[in-house]
Structure formats: structure tokens, C-alpha cells
Ligand binder design. Sequence first.
Ligand code: ATP
Ligand code: MG
Length: 565
Amino acid sequence: MNTDNAVTPTNFIRNIVIQDLENGSHKEIVTRFPPEPNGHLHIGHAKSICLNFGLPAEFGGRVNLRFDDTNPLKENEDFMRAIMEDVRWLGFEWDNMFHASDYFQQLYEFALHLIRTGKAYVEELTADEIRSYRGTLTEPGRESPFRDRPVEESLDLFQRMKAGEFEDGKFVLRARIDMASPNINMRDPVVYRIRNASHHRTGDEWHIYPMYDWAHGISDAIEGVTHSLCTLEFEDHRPLYDWFLDNIPAPCHPRQIEFARGNLDYTVMSKRRLRELVEDGYVSGWDDPRMPTLAGLRRRGFTPEAIRAFWTELGISKTESIIPMSVLENAVRNDLNVRAPRTMAVLDPLKVILTNFPEGETEWLEAPVHPQNEAMGTRQVALTREIWIERSDFMEDPPGKFFRLKPGGEVRLRNAFIVECTKVIKNEKGDVVELHCRFDPESRSGLPGASRRVKGTIHWVSSEHGVPVEVRLCDRLFTVPNPLGEKDRDYREFLNPHSLDVIRNAIVEVSVAEGSPGDFYQFERTGYFCHDEADSVPGRPVLNRIVTLRDSWARIEKEMAQKRA
Ligand code: ATP
Ligand code: MG
């Protein structure tokens, strides 16, 4: 993926918009992003956000954030606040914020219009009966005995439904369309149901609540939306969207256009599943850094720049596909590679004594903040007699191609000089606990020996100046690409037991320990990390691994494939 590409890749919806502006059907375009405030936004929503906010930004026009708050039982204000925060974090700002509940009165009056014109009736069949009358894909439905209820009677009952005279489920209002339609959505769909429930915005004013299809198209029309962009599962609803607007005095008739949902492997994305993971304690919350929610990705350290580049590059189409998680991870790497300051950190420390380095002294070495970007300046790295290196960078009896440290072997300490391992110290169990090394003073940078080559370079941190921190190695939440796709198995059986490995005593340079929530770094040779915004406290930082430097899953998958073969 090429994130430097300044040209916006085109897509069929963008082309429709260009045409509509050129042929004068619209002077400006109006879109909306219509989340239901019943959960947090996830990476899939970001696709819709990039599209709906991106088009008016590019072509001139407006975008509305509209809360689709027509179901009082599942929705609340906390979710609304979180959604606003997430949209802004992604880098977008709406022109207007609306709520479908702003339109309850108008929606009700349009329903009265439908009844008066003989195009809706109050239904008395139970939900089960309605379902059995509806027919199937191959058989037409049957007409309800209440379908020809006189207009006056339906009007009276509907007004009394609204006034709260009946219990939930006693009646519904149905549009009177065509019980024989090959499209089941057109077989007299329900328009209103009774819900004697308090709504978080309208309180106890309403006892009836509109169904999605009724509320959605009319809200679009009231707002003067020109292009109503939604996911493919609404394609079969488009005839209904159009029928409703054709059969009321609608202020305008927006065009519904469907596109494929964004799906990712190794995760689940529907709000229902995400809520289950949160409520049943499989994760620490909606913002757990392993969650595909925007709050989780933010806490993990994914950047809005990377997420926008990811969706823009992938484009918009009508073909359903599942995008490999590695593509998203690469978008993050591409962004952080350019922007993240470099630093050294040791995740699994092994002590090294530089025997010819003076005791009690600190030498401050100058190292680039970013080797490819001089403008980012330099940093001071403390060197002392005692340092930490990564345990996996030493092997006592290594195989042939091991170019890191071994007894009698040489390696370059990054940003410093070449060292030779002169002694290995073990405890009574035989574990290596300390190494003694001699450094070659001629091999420091700036001296003639600096160009002397050894095969390996390793990272390190001074043990006097390094600061212990907690590091969380975040990985994929599931062990299989499609956790919902395994027959007879619950998706939770596939949760990855290593999705969050905690390291209590990693050692970082002091500048990292002093960073603040949201700061990110490349730990050289290890990966990208950021300060956890929820659990870091001054003096006790917690760092999340955003992503490794290379795609380690590609290697694991290749190994598994080789084993199978
Ligand atoms: P979920 O299935 O996760 O519960 P939803 O579609 O019910 O999602 P809404 O709050 O209704 O969630 O979605 C708001 C908007 O975001 C809708 O226009 C919807 O089509 C779009 N959207 C939701 N999920 C995706 C996705 N995976 N890819 C693209 N757009 C999406
Ligand atoms: Mg929904």
C-alpha cells in the first residue's frame, strides 16, 4: 500500500457524485453518517465515515452526523458521546448533528398521511402470525384480515397507540404495499410498533417508535441528503426506501447507493459480538487495545492517519471481501515508520558488564531520533559499565547463522561500539544470568575503527539510567481468520490466549518513561509502542505494542502451511 499517493483513488460512488455535479442534478452534495448509539464504532464504521465525510470535503457540500436513535431499549447518551469522540479522532467534523428522534413528530404525521391515503393500516395479528402470513422466497404472502380496515378506524387506533393506551405488541402499523411481491421487504412491512419505554432524549412522550426503514429514508429527505450511502444488506430495502418517499409529500428524494461492508479477518465486528466480549469480561472494555473498535485501536496506538489511508487505498466497491489484518497492520507500520521517534528498549533483560568501561561513569552518546529524517534531531543515550541486552540476543551454543552475541563472539551495540563476550556467568540452575564483555574503544562512531564491520548489531539500555516499565504485547484477538465461520463452534472458543502478554519489567530509555499518553515510538529492532492512555500513571508508565516491525503472522502462517504440506 502506498500512503504517499496524493491522488484520491476513485470509486463508483465518487464517480456518481462527479456525474451528478457535472450534469447539474445537484449543486452540492449532502451525505450523512447514521450510527445507532447502541455501542462503540469499529474499524468497519470508519470505512463509512471516510466515505461520507470524504466526499463533501472533496467536492463541496455538507455531512450530517445523525444518531439513528429509534430503539429506546438499546441506546444511550454515553454511546453518543463516544461516537462523537471517535469521529473527531479520525479527523472529521460534521456540519450538523441530528437525531432521528428530532423527527418523531414529522415521521408520525407522514404515517397519518399514509393511513389517510389508504396506504397503511393498523394490524392486529401477533408478531408470529405476521411472520407466518409473510410467505417465503418462493411463496407469496397472505393478506391479513385487517388489511382492509377502514381508514377512520386505523386513524383512531394509531392515535391511541401513540397516546399509550395499549400494551407492547398489541398493534402495529403496516404499510399496505403488496403481499405477493417477490421482494419480501415489500410485503406490507411494519412501520410503527408500540414500545412503552422511556427514550433517552424524548423521555415518555412517545409510546410508538418508527421502524428503521421508515425513519431512515424520511430523515434523509428532511435533511436534504443527496446521496444516502449504506452497506449492501440494504440493497433489497431500496425499493421500500423509494416507495415510502414516493407515497408521502417528501421534501426531496435522496438516492440510496449501497457498497460492500468493510470486513477484517482475525476479529469480529458486529456490535452484538463486541458487546458480548465486553459484558462477559473477555476483554477489559470497549477500548481494550485488542478490540477492533476505534476506541480500542486508538488506545493500542493505531493512528487516524493510518486508518484513513487504509480505507482510502482499499477503495469502495460492491464486492464483499475480507481484508487481511496484515493489510491494516502494514498501513500502521507505513505511517509510524515515517513518524515514530526511534529509541532502544529491552523487553527481556540480560545483564552485561563492560569490564573495561570505568565504574560509576556515564557517557552520553548522541543518536539520531530518526535515521532517515535528520530534521527530527538527535537524542542523548546514556552508556554505563552495566547495561541490559535482550536475552534472545545471546546464545551460548548457537547454530551457524546466529549473528548476535555468543561466547568469544563480537557484536555491535547500536549507537555505540563493538563488544566481545569474554565470560558467561550462570546461576546454580545453569541459567545464564550475566555476561562480561570488553568493548573495542577504536570502534566508536567518529573514530577510524567505526567502520569495522561485524555481522550483528543489537540494542541495549544502560541499567543505571534505564527505567523499568510494564509492556503489553497486543496481538490478534482470535487464532483463526474467521471465528464466526466455524460450524457448531462458538466464536469465543477461538480467542487467542496470547492476545495480551504482559511484561512487567521491560527497560526503556528515560525519555520514553517520561512520555505521555498517546506518545509513540519505534523500539529499534522490536516494534512500535505507545503509552497506554488509560493505565499509565506518572512514574509507572504502561506501553502497548502497536505492531511488530515485520509481519510475524505471515511467517507463522507460512510455517503452518509447510507443516500441513
Ligand atoms: P453492526 O453490524 O456493527 O452492529 P450497524 O450497521 O448496525 O453495525 P450502525 O450504527 O447502524 O451499525 O452503522 C452506522 C453506519 O455505518 C451505517 O451506515 C452502516 O451501514 C455503516 N457500517 C456499519 N458497519 C460497517 C462496515 N463493516 N463497513 C462499512 N460500513 C459499515
Ligand atoms: Mg444497525
